[in-house]
Each structure stands twice: as C-alpha cells, then as structure tokens.
Design a protein around this ligand. Structure first.
Ligand SMILES: C[S@@+](CC[C@H](N)C(=O)[O-])C[C@H]1O[C@@H](n2cnc3c(N)ncnc32)[C@H](O)[C@@H]1O
Length: 745
C-alpha cells in the first residue's frame, strides 16, 4: 500500500469530495437494488449519446483518470452449460444475475475511457451502454480490438448498474466473465453472422491473415486467426507451424503459459523445430523458470549449432541461472538499465538464507535459516508486476511506451482514495494471471483484506481471475518505490561517496511508482527493523541491517515512524505494531511527550549554547524508561548531529567523535573503541547493530575523516568499511561506493 491520501496532500479536498459523491451515488443505487426498470431510453438516443461522448472524449486528453472500485462481487465460476439466457430487459438494478448469461453484440466503434465502452444489443434489439474495466492500455491493445463493432460475446452472470448520472449500464469488473465468441462460433445467432463467418477457407488462408496481423502488431487478432486456421483441418506440418506462429504472438502479449502449450504440441522437445525450441525456451524464461529455459536452449544449440538466436539466448539464460544461485549481480549494468522505460530489469531473483514461516500474531513472516552478518544480501527480487509512473518530463513519452499515468483509485467499500499507479497495477496483475494461470499461486497466496472472493480457479478450460481479490491483495502488499534508492539520498556528503552521477529527477516524486514483490511481501513491519530494503528499477533488494542469529524474523519499515503511527498502520494494513518503540509510545504519558517536545524546542532555539545543548540531551535521555538497546531514541540522533556540525566547524575532532558515537548509542548501537581520547585505540567494533538510521553512512564517513586528520589510518579504514555496509543497506549495492575517488559532479 502506498500513497493513500493525507489531508496535507494535493487534491485531498477535491478527491474527498469525489469519494463522497461516489459513496452517495452507490447508496442511492443500492436503494433501487432488485428493481427492474422499464424506462430504458430508445436505441437512437442511447447510440447518439454514446457517439457524442466518444467525440468529446477524443478532445479531452489531459484529464486525470479515475477508477472507482464499487461493491465487490465474485467472478462467475459456473460452467456455461449450467447458465440460462436472459435478455437486457430482464435485468435488475445493482444485481449480479447468478445462473444467467447475456448474449450481446456491439453496435458502435468502441471508446476508451477508464473502461473500454461500447453499446451492446441483445437479440431482441434492446440496447445498453457496456463498460469493461481493467483492460490493457491502448498502446498494447486498441479499444476497437477489444469491444469490436459487430463482435459478439457471452457475458456470464452479468452485473447491471445505475451510474452516478442515473444511466443504466452493464458493468464488467470481472473480465473473465466474458466468453469471446469467434465469428464462426455456433452460438452466434444466424442474424448476427458476418459473411466471413461462414467462409470455408483453408488453414493456409487463415494462417496468412494471422501472419499479416502479427506484422501489423495486432497480436490478439492474429491469435484468433491462427485458432481459426487450426479449426480448418490443417495437415500435421501446417499444424506445427500454426502452433509455432501462435506461440510467437502469445510471447508478445506475455501469455507465456499459452506459448508453452503451443510449442508442446510436439511433446518431446528433442523432436521440436528450431522455432519451437526457441519459443518454448523464451516462454519458460518469461515464466522465470530459468533452469528449464536453460535446458531448452541447450537442446536447441545442440540440435541447431548454427542458431545465432539460440546461442545468444543460451548465454542470457545462463546469466539468470547464475544470478539466481549466487546472488551476484552486475550493478553497473543495472543502473544503466534504469534508463529503460519502463525500467524493468532483465534479471533473476535471488533468495538467500531465508524462508517463510508462521509469525505468531502476524500471520506469516520471513526468517533467517542461518546466522547472517549486517549488510548480507538476503533477497534480491524482481517485481511480479510493476507500474512505473513517468515523471512529468517524460509524460509525453508515456503513452507510447506503456508507462503508467498517475491515476486516482476510489475505493468506495474501503472508503479510501489513492493516487498513484495502483489502478494500473490491478489491471496488469489481473491480466498477467488470466494469461498465465500457472503464476496464480505465487500471487494468490498473499495476504489480503476481508474480501474472500474466488482464489485461482478455472471453468470450461479458461482461467478465472477475481479482480476484487487482486485489488484487495494489492492494497495490502504493494509498495511505492523510487527509480533507484540512490537517487533518493539527500545528503551531499553521500554524493561524494558515489561513483556515478546521481539522477535527481525522481527525488521530489512521491513514490507513485508501485509494484508487487511476492516473496518480499511476506516480510512484516517493524519500526525498529532487522533489514533495510532498496530499489534499482523493479528489483527490490533486502539486506540484513544487523547481525542476526538463525531463525530471526526479518522486518522492515512499511513507513518511517511518524506521528499517529497506529492510525497509519491500521488504516493502511490493518494492524497495530507491537515493536518496543510503539509499545513505549503507547505507555508514555502525554505529559512526558509534551516534556520531550519542549526539550527539542529548547534545543533548537537560537543562541542555545553547546553546554546547554548537552544538558538538554542528558535530560532527554532521562525521559526513557528502557535502555536505547531496547527502545532506540531516534529523536536524539539529530540533536547529536547538530552538535557535530558545530564542533566540526571549530575543528574539535575528539568531541566530534564523542558525539557521533553517542548518536550511534542513542539508536541502540553498541560500539567498542573508536574514541580519540584518551588512548587512541586501533580498533572500532560494532558489538551490536542498532536502528538502521538514514544518516548512518555519513556518520561513519564523518568518523573516518576525523580519524584520518589525526593520522589514525587503521581506524579510518574500519570506519569506512562500516560506511560501505550502511551504504549498501541504503542503496542496495557497494559498486558505487568509492569514497576515495569522488566523481566530478
Ligand atoms: C505485506 S503483508 C506481510 C505478510 C503477512 N504477515 C502474511 O501472512 O502474508 C502485511 C500484513 O501482515 C500483517 N503484519 C505485518 N506486520 C505486522 C506487525 N508488525 N504486526 C502485526 N501484523 C503485521 C498485517 O496483517 C499486514 O496487513
């Protein structure tokens, strides 16, 4: 979950009004639940209004899109043979017509708003606006190829609703409720049949049509043609070619399961053609089954040693298997790849010494399976789905590049409004699952809210996806993320530690890019976490923020500690944190909190002397009942560093070191050695790691610089090594940590 609106956010008031209007409209509509209206407007009026709306829709380009999630209803899991036909005039308002189906034909050119829209008619000639949600964006599939004029569908267990404007419509939130009928389907009524429907052409004829459509990028239509060709009695050789061609179209729409089915027409891989092996390997790669993909590519290269694409894919797949097994990544190449739009990394996921187990009171959680050291890589996971929000400068390119626009998601039952790419994420995950049912369990096993819905299922051989369940699951498990965590560093001292130029364009964005990482999703929240995570494109990197024993639970901060933490976590994720910080906060009296606030105010007052500041820090420490190893005193960090700044200016190195070490102790670290006085030790050791503070790297580098200035080179090297570890925690890697050779910015 990310970016649920706060009162201080832009648009808050406007969107709160929109949410209110939607809630009222929903309540009004529900008052009419079950009513069978007899005031349908005449056909010409419905069509004219639709055409006018399509025209004005074309002219308004810049409107922020809004997706409204209404009352959830489960998708149809009933076999078509058990359903009875109903007509549009039989529909009841705000009702899900279980046990029934509609047979509909579209009569206008489709229009794209948030939904793909058309006017549907039934066999009696009654017409009705029709809205289909969660469809691929126009750049992937044109609205006109989805709800084609003259196209015929069966809509199982339809939902009939009254819109905010009082207009009746058939609304489809569950796209898998539709059975798309091909022209020659016997269920298409005779009077709706087109001439090409009954054309008795050869498989070769339909194949050529399919090939032309692939060349034109109309992949969904091409697949329909290949299916038609397969129904036109091809011979064995033609059949194999058709399956291979269909596999190519399926690969391009990322329907990897179907592509794999296509090539499996020849059961034994050893007997497959070069194309069959190649496309089968790519399908397995797309499903992230890299070891099987490698086997397929090895067979290909053995059987067809001259195959250049085979050799190059074999090489690429080997890299993925190596990453998966070693957790070693070429980070330099990853940063380069973040220039891609969208910045999807071509990498495998690595899962280190961790496993999912039950975590009492928290559902499931992730635990270490062996002792680990601070900084160790625990997980580097590629997103299951990722919607990149183009920064304003790139918006123009967004349409053509399949980048997500920021849109508004109005969740009426959840009573919340979210700005970001969540609506696109719901769409992309739903489509991914519908096209790749074998991926269903990795997403379907994730935690979700109260809505039960339908987990992965299939009916009449087709997958069923419950978009309401997808939305509910995304709400709990999705996170906003920057393009790279390194871009988010806001300490100039740290830029000097980075070899590559910092890209600042995303720094001010509000993390509107969102994604789902199905393994990282099992990590629970703690305000005093054991790990830190970072992002490079759609890779999420999780590293140990402390030395941990075997069987220690991993945790990270879903959000940084803020005021009203209980409210934020409970609104966002439905739980109250029981970490020591939260417990202490609840136990602390309001007078104590007032006292702490006053101390901070006094500290920050102009002209407060350093002596006085030190006294205030002492007083502040006295307000805690528990040691800082249990309840880190995060507020103290900034107070110590305010002193550090001043002391550094005066060149009082020993005192700088004293304050930096005190700052670390205040957040639960236990450091041994490291003070300049009295005896200039040669080691500084972290006996216990504390709260992973964002300022830790520059704190270590401050120590390192002071040590150097005192000629304590050994100690300086050790401090630099700790800076490297905390840098890795923050940005994910240490390739860019070359403090001795700062880049010329
Ligand atoms: C992203 S999921 C984490 C995995 C989840 N525990 C599971 O069983 O799948 C987020 C959900 O985990 C639970 N959770 C996370 N951190 C928690 C905590 N500190 N205390 C209690 N529940 C927590 C909440 O139910 C939250 O909605």
């Amino acid at each position: 979950m990310s970016s649920t609106l706060d009162p201080e956010d832009d648009y808050y008031d406007q969107l709160a009004d929109v949410l209110k209007t939607q809630r009222t409209a929903t309540q009004n509509a529900f008052r009419r639940k079950g009513e069978r209206p007899n005031d349908f407007p005449p056909r010409t009026q419905v069509v004219n209004e639709f055409m006018m709306a399509a025209l004005s829709n074309k002219m308004r380009k810049d409107m922020m899109q809004t997706t409204v999630i209404g009352s959830p209803y489960a998708p149809s899991v009933t076999s078509f043979k058990d359903l009875k036909k109903v007509m549009l005039k039989d529909l009841a308002v705000e009702t899900n017509h279980r046990g029934s189906y509609l047979l509909l034909r579209f009569i206008c050119p489709a229009m794209r708003m948030t939904a793909v829209m058309n006017i549907a008619e039934d066999e009696a000639g009654t017409v009705m606006p029709f809205a289909l949600y969660f469809q691929d964006p126009e750049s992937i599939r044109a609205a006109e190829s989805i709800l084609k004029e003259k196209g015929v569908i069966i809509l199982k267990e339809p939902y009939f609703k009254v819109g905010t404007n009082g207009q009746y419509a058939v609304r489809v939130d569950q796209p898998t409720d539709i059975i798309w009928l091909s022209e020659d389907d016997p269920r298409v009524p005779t009077k709706w049949r087109t001439t090409s429907a009954s054309a008795q052409n050869t498989a070769e004829y339909w194949k050529k049509k399919g090939n032309n459509l692939v060349s034109a990028g109309k992949l969904f239509d091409a697949i329909e043609m290949y299916l038609r060709a397969l129904r036109s009695s091809p011979n064995q050789e033609e059949e194999e070619i058709l399956h291979n061609n269909k596999a190519l179209a399926n690969l391009r729409i990322e329907a990897f399961d179907s592509a794999l089915d296509d090539v499996s027409f020849i059961a034994n891989p050893q007997d497959r053609s070069e194309k069959g092996l190649y496309r089968g390997g790519l399908a397995l790669y797309g499903l992230r089954r890299f070891k099987e993909a490698l086997e397929m590519m090895q067979i290909l290269v053995r059987k067809y040693p001259e195959s250049a694409p085979g050799k190059s894919e074999l090489h690429r797949t080997r890299l993925r298997v190596a990453e998966q097994e070693s957790g070693i990544y070429d980070f330099k190449a990853l940063y380069k790849a973040t220039k891609l739009r969208p910045p999807l990394m071509d990498n495998a996921s690595y899962s280190g010494p961790i496993e999912v187990q039950s975590s009492p009171g928290r559902g499931r959680g992730v635990f270490t399976t062996k002792p680990v050291k601070a900084g160790e890589l625990l997980l580097c996971e590629k997103a299951f789905s990722y919607c990149f929000a183009a920064p304003p400068k790139e918006m123009e390119r967004a349409l053509s590049k399949g980048i997500s626009h920021i849109s508004v998601l109005i969740d009426v039952p959840g009573n919340r409004t979210t700005v970001g790419t969540h609506a696109d994420l719901i769409r992309d995950v739903s489509n991914k699952l519908a096209r790749n049912p074998t991926l269903g369990s990795s997403f379907g096993d994730l935690a979700h809210g109260k809505y039960q819905g339908v987990a992965c299922a299939s009916v009449d051989g087709s997958p069923v996806v419950d978009t309401f369940l997808v939305a509910d699951t995304i709400h709990i498990n999705c996170f906003g993320c920057p393009l790279t965590s390194r871009d988010m560093l806001d300490d100039p001292e740290l830029y000097r530690a980075s070899k590559y130029k910092v890209v600042k364009q995303h720094k001010t964005s509000k993390l509107q890019t969102t994604g789902i990482w199905t393994l990282a999703s099992y990590i629970n929240h703690s305000c005093n976490p054991t790990t830190e995570r970072s992002f490079i494109g759609d890779l999420q990197i999780v590293r140990a923020a402390r030395d941990m024993r075997e069987n220690t639970e991993l945790s990270y901060e879903y959000i940084k500690r803020v005021e009203e933490m209980d409210k934020k976590l409970s609104n966002g994720w439905g739980f109250l944190c029981d970490c020591a910080l939260c417990v202490d906060e609840r136990e602390s009296s309001s007078s104590l909190k007032v006292q702490r606030r006053k101390l901070i105010k006094d500290f920050s007052a102009p002209n407060t002397s350093n002596k006085k500041k030190k006294e205030i820090i002492k007083e502040f420490n006295k307000t805690f009942q528990h040691p800082s190893s249990e309840v880190p005193r995060i507020e103290l960090w900034d107070l110590h560093f305010s002193l550090v700044k001043d002391l550094a200016k005066r060149g009082e190195g020993e005192k700088v070191v004293e304050q930096v070490i005190a700052a670390f102790h205040s957040i639960g670290f236990l450091l041994k050695g490291g003070q300049v006085l009295p005896s200039r030790p040669s080691t500084i050791v972290v006996k216990r790691w504390g709260y992973p503070h964002q300022g830790a790297t520059s704190a270590w580098l401050t120590l390192r610089n002071v040590y150097l200035s005192y000629g304590m080179d050994e100690l300086a090297e050790q401090a630099k090594e700790f800076a490297r570890i905390t840098w890795m925690l923050q940005v994910g890697e240490d390739t860019t940590f070359v403090y001795d050779n700062p880049p010329k910015e």
